[in-house]
Design a protein. Structure first.
Lengths: 998, 184
């Protein structure tokens, strides 16, 4: 049995196809196609959870995505667990485990429900007022308490084992919603030949036809017609039909984001199947056929399990074959709910009475009710309902007082009328207009190429909806260049034309401040809370919303916004449009993080850039560090070595013998053209026209403001060709900076820039034995000191492949940088290593590179400079040409504050105790005894242990540093104060530079 | 020494294979490439020197004898020679103003082929790849996830995806996931 409340012969599910699932540990049988909500109702379960604030028992309010109440924890296994799943959307699959939330120790007996009794103390705005004082209590008491109490459901703790995918798509016409309107529009557009996307959030198309069984289209049952149209559309090559797909975001230029739920309904998802697929669709035209959402009535205890929307009652009956009760009351302000009573009665369910707040319901429904023998109480209200875990009675009274009558019911269907779903239209930045006659917001001014059709556009009549949708489909297809097809005839008949509707508090909400008549079920906001907000002085709906949190739950107030607005308007004595409507935001319904990030996880989260030599370093056991997206070998520890020992050894080895270093990540830009030197003259502070082909030079690049932007060695390969190198992290922005100036300031120059960073693998061989190591491998270049002195470059061959060989050094040692086409990098590296290893050389990483350059006082842009350092501040004034008439930064460098004395300047620091290594970033002061706040002179930018000098060395940016040579300064630390001596000469090792020129 | 020493070439995608029955992924064979920059006045001479008429319409390419010239920007082309010719030297023979930078090793390429090739690339590339908008011969420098690529449609069901070598495995991974998704 799939539930005692399943009515044989009703609904569209197949009785033979069952699925087992559990709810709070108890096992139930569902039918294939059931939602968790319909399956639980079939089994007589109405109590599904506890509310957010008052822990009130809650049931199922709707049968769709607007559900604010029936939120469950749904899991497939321990890692695949999802909190706050709407039971009205989640389809049952065999083996699924569901659990109620926000209750302890059990759903029926929940300690937290004491909050309901304490509710006078938890009025709207309670948190804002209560936790203000004392300030200290916030961190230790209030915040932990609120964090524990706040939030619904429990986030999964295990890593999500599912995968998610993404698809970009383009189409002519995107139709959102596959009810009567959407299907008609899609059919018209598709038959015109346009490329059409039709999306619907439900498992099957049909929209309102799921419940509205009285509707006939082209003589057929409406729902069957809808399935036939969907089949027809699916068979067309120019149409994509996506079900279980929510269009959750409408962005600029008709970009819509869709979430397709691929496996959440399957008992055994395929291994390759993504759980969800994000579609990012760019549509030339959009047709919104998003329908409307029924509103609940606002009266006392309207949140009791068993109270639900009339359309939900019809859906459960007509689609799922489930009776929501055995004695059902109806409380309405709209004709549509009458049809729920008719359907129930036809299915053999007892209808207690229809309570209609209007004096004059629609004649047709009234006549039908009477002919079916259903009692109708017009001009009446349900003042309250009885029952706690499930409704058991309704107390009905006539307007303007008089006797009340208590009628026993086990379910109460309510309807205050319908709210057009204008969410996506609003997201598209369209402007809504207030239709005073029908009391609803409707699409007004469009901001994008879209049209709304059917119920979401305020079109109520079935045939009018069809005509409107067909015309829109044809018009939109035509606008994208499609040819017009033969006219499509669709004729629909609905049994009743609906009238009525109300917004705001009904009589049962009472005028006072104690009655709990809920408008926002998910955030436990009552009519009285809105009134309180107005009394507290809130006038704008934006303030009222934030004060009460109305509409701020994950359902975004799909049911509550209009009620809240109407109550506020009434209190303020204003018209609804004057009070205003809050803006609808993406997403329409909650979207998983998995869908949003889709492929971007694990190795695909971010590119991990690796050099050609990376696998060799990895095999050698190197530790790596991230530099931008690059993985760089950091150091090469031998067995038993820690980082300190490895780096100390590498530093010694390079200076004593030689070291081999992978410098491939350095940025490289090929600058080619007859004006290449002229261009570089403008971009760098140095002069380049004086550099001869075959030579290279260290260059500094400043920004317009005169501060150092980047540095690097530039080699002149030919009169019209330079090989520029940049810092690893600076490569993309330096190229952009150069391209920017070339295109905007110097467009007349005949020169072009090409990124060649990845063309070359770069092997730096540094140390006294560097020449001996590479000499036998090199062909066609005389690498003797005489023929190929420091700062030379030449083209030739190494290991039989072309090379650009640089004689340069970032270590202060005799050095070469071998550039070879990247695919040869690994082989050439191995050949170099085969010669280097027997000589006692070592491979070294970036840490050793940093220490060696610091021993020589070479700066690292971005570490020793921070965007406020001029070349002179860094003692690189020699690199600024005094003769050039212009370069980027020349005027900046003349600014008074850049030439003023006392600027922070880069100097060396030597600790008085040579064994103490300063911390990078540590602040430097002149007087360690000065009371706090102390006067900071600057900070340590680089600091290392130098195994070659057998002491610590450091660089620091110090105010007026150049005038403090030999002075003692102090570095206050948490546990001690370190005395340091300023040395303006930052070259700590081989001051004469003799080792470079051997 | 040179007799003993000849460095072997290793592509970053050596040994890679993937995709699905509807979109196969194969690393392209090594090729020579230049980034060609030139003013309009140089194009005739350069076309002659390279043996291919350099296209000037955005998103188009021209090809002859295994050599492909892809329009990248108003004064920028990516020239690919499947036979490994020295393109810098050939362009230099034109004798006209231009810049040719060798990027043979900067780029590598992934061949994506199959009846759902568009879906595989659209997993992480936002361009409209329908035949009407991106016909055979069309090319475009664009984004594949976080990687810059050049897409080049060589047949109705085949794209060549040019990508910088350190982004190649990332691009391959993205294409592989989407190719498998397209097969569902």
């Amino acid at each position: 049995m799939s539930g005692a409340n399943r009515i044989s012969g009703w609904g569209r599910l197949t009785p033979a196809k069952t699925a087992r699932f559990t709810f709070d540990g108890k096992s139930y049988t569902a039918l294939e196609g059931d939602t968790v909500a319909s399956a639980l109702l079939a089994n007589g379960v109405h109590l599904l959870g506890r509310s957010f604030k008052y822990h009130r028992p809650r049931g199922i309010l709707s049968a769709g995505p607007e559900e604010p109440n029936a939120l469950l924890d749904v899991s497939r296994d321990s890692a695949r667990r999802q909190p706050n799943v709407r039971a009205t959307v989640q389809e049952v699959f065999d083996g699924m485990v569901t659990a109620s939330q926000n209750r302890w120790p059990s759903l029926a007996f929940d300690i937290g429900s004491v909050n309901d009794l304490m509710s006078p103390f938890f009025a709207a705005g309670f948190y804002y007022k209560t936790f203000m004082w004392p300030k200290k209590a916030w961190e230790k008491v209030y915040e932990p308490f609120i964090r524990k109490a706040a939030g619904l459901g429990e986030a999964p703790k295990e890593e999500d084992p599912d995968h998610y995918s993404n698809r970009f798509a383009h189409c002519d016409v995107l139709v959102v919603g596959a009810g009567v309107a959407g299907l008609s529009a899609a059919l018209a557009a598709a038959k015109s030949g346009a490329k059409v996307f039709l999306v619907d959030e439900q498992p099957e198309v049909g929209g309102a036809l799921h419940y509205d069984t009285g509707v006939k289209i082209n003589g057929k049952d409406g729902f069957s017609w809808a399935q036939d149209v969907a089949s027809e559309l699916r068979a067309m090559a120019n149409v994509t039909v996506l079900t279980r797909t929510t269009a959750f975001g409408y962005y600029n230029h008709n970009m819509l984001a869709l979430c397709e739920r691929v496996t959440d309904h399957k008992a055994k998802p395929g291994k390759e199947e993504p759980r969800e697929r994000l579609w990012q669709v760019r549509a030339k035209r959009v047709i919104l056929a998003t329908g409307q959402i029924e509103r609940h009535m606002v009266f006392e205890n309207n949140d009791r399990p068993g109270v639900m929307l009339a359309s939900a009652g019809r859906t459960f009956l007509n689609h799922f074959g489930v009776a929501v009760g055995s004695k059902v009351g109806v409380y309405t302000a709209h004709d549509s709910a009458y049809e729920a009573a008719f359907d129930l009665k036809r299915a053999g369910v007892s209808v207690a009475a229809i309570v209609d707040s209007r004096e004059k319901p629609g004649d047709a429904v009234l006549a039908q009710a009477r002919s079916m023998g259903i009692e109708v109480m017009t001009g009446h209200a349900v003042l309250t309902v009885g029952g706690k875990l499930r409704v058991n009675s309704m107390t009905v009274g006539r307007h303007a007082g008089g006797a009340t009558r208590k009628i026993s019911v086990d379910a109460l269907l309510v309807s205050a009328g319908w709210t057009p779903s204008v969410h996506l239209f609003s997201q598209s930045r369209g402007k809504l207009r207030w239709d005073a006659e029908t009391q609803r917001f409707l699409p007004g001014t469009y901001a994008q190429d879209a049209l709304s059709v059917g119920a979401c556009n305020g079109t109520d009549d079935l045939q009018a909806t069809i005509e409107e949708a067909l015309a829109a489909g044809e018009l939109m297809a035509k606008a994208t260049g499609a040819e017009t097809a033969a006219k499509i005839e669709i004729s629909g008949q609905a049994p009743f034309a609906w009238t009525g509707g109300m917004i705001g508090a009904a009589e049962g909400a009472g005028p006072d401040t104690t009655v709990k008549a809920f408008i926002d079920f998910q955030h436990d906001v009552c009519a009285k809370d809105i009134r309180l907000a107005v009394r507290e002085g809130m006038q704008s709906i934006e303030h009222i919303k934030r004060f009460t949190t109305n509409g701020m739950a994950s359902d975004q107030g799909k049911l509550s916004n209009m009620h809240g607005l109407a109550i506020a308007a009434e209190m303020l004595g204003k018209d609804i449009p004057q009070v205003g409507l809050t803006t609808f935001r993406q997403p329409y319904t909650p979207v998983t993080f998995g869908t949003i990030i889709n492929h971007s996880r694990g190795e695909l989260f971010d590119p991990a850039r690796k050099t050609a030599i990376h696998p060799w370093a990895e095999a050698k056991g190197a530790e790596f560090e991230d530099v931008g997206n690059w993985k760089r070998a950091w150091y090469f520890p031998k067995a038993g070595e820690d980082m300190h020992a490895a780096v100390a050894r590498e530093c010694k080895t390079v200076r004593d013998v030689a070291g081999v270093f992978d410098a491939s990540t350095l940025g490289k830009i090929e600058v080619v053209g007859p004006d290449a030197a002229k261009f570089l003259n403008l971009l760098y502070t140095n002069a380049w026209d004086t550099l001869k082909p075959g030579k290279c030079r260290y260059g500094i690049m400043t920004r317009e403001d005169g501060f150092i932007y980047d540095d690097g060695v530039v080699g002149r390969m030919a009169e019209d060709r330079f090989h520029v190198t940049t810092t690893t992290g600076g490569a993309p922005r330096v190229l952009q900076h150069m391209e920017d100036y070339l295109q905007t300031e110097f467009p007349d120059l005949k020169v072009w820039l090409t990124s060649t960073t990845e063309q070359w693998a770069v092997i730096a061989v540094q140390g006294p034995k560097a020449r001996e190591i590479i000499a036998p491998l090199v062909e066609g270049i005389d690498i003797s000191n005489e023929a190929f002195p420091h700062m030379s470059v030449a083209e030739g061959k190494i290991c039989g492949v072309p090379t650009r060989l640089f004689r340069m050094s970032f270590t202060g040692e005799l050095g070469f940088e071998i550039n070879v086409p990247a695919d040869y990098g690994r082989a050439v590296w191995e050949a170099v290593w085969a010669r280097a290893e027997p000589m006692g050389a070592c491979p070294y990483g970036t840490e050793t590179m940093h220490v060696l350059r610091a021993e020589k006082g070479y700066i690292i842009v971005g570490q020793d400079t921070d965007g406020t350092v001029t070349p002179d501040d860094a003692s690189l004034g020699w690199a600024v040409s005094k003769k050039k008439p212009d370069f980027v930064g020349i005027r900046g460098l003349k600014r008074p504050d850049l030439v003023a004395s006392g600027r922070k300047q880069l100097v060396g620091l030597l600790t008085k105790d040579p064994t103490v290594v300063l911390e990078e970033g540590a602040q430097v002061v002149a007087d360690p005894n000065e009371p706090k706040p102390m006067t900071m002179l600057g900070h340590v930018t680089s600091s290392y242990w130098s195994s070659n000098l057998n002491r610590s060395i450091a660089m620091a940016l110090i105010a007026d540093g150049k005038n403090r040579n030999g002075k003692t300064l102090y570095v206050p630390m948490a546990d001690r104060t370190i005395a340091v001596e300023v040395v303006t000469d930052m070259v700590f090792f081989d001051k004469e530079g003799g080792r470079l020129n051997v | 020494m040179s007799d003993l020493m000849q460095a072997t070439r290793r592509s970053v995608l050596d040994g890679y294979h993937g995709g699905s029955a509807v979109a196969r992924l194969t690393p392209a064979a090594p090729a020579s490439r230049i980034s060609l920059r030139a003013p309009a006045a140089s194009l005739d001479a350069l076309s002659g020197a390279l043996g291919v008429t350099i296209p000037v319409k955005p998103k188009t390419s021209a090809a002859a004898n295994g050599r492909h010239v892809l329009w990248i920007g108003p004064d920028e082309w990516l020239v690919i020679d499947e036979n490994g010719a020295d393109l810098v030297a050939e362009a230099a023979k034109s004798g006209v103003l231009h810049s040719a930078a060798d990027v043979s090793h900067r780029n590598t390429a992934i061949i994506v082929s199959g009846r759902k090739v568009e879906e595989a690339i659209n997993g992480s590339c936002s361009q409209d790849l329908s035949l009407a908008v991106f016909p055979v011969g069309a090319c475009s420098r664009t984004l594949l996830g976080k990687a810059e690529v050049v897409l080049y449609r060589t047949a109705e069901d085949t794209f060549r995806v040019e990508v910088w070598r350190s982004f190649a495995t990332f691009a391959f991974g993205l294409l592989d996931e989407a190719a498998k998704d397209a097969a569902l």
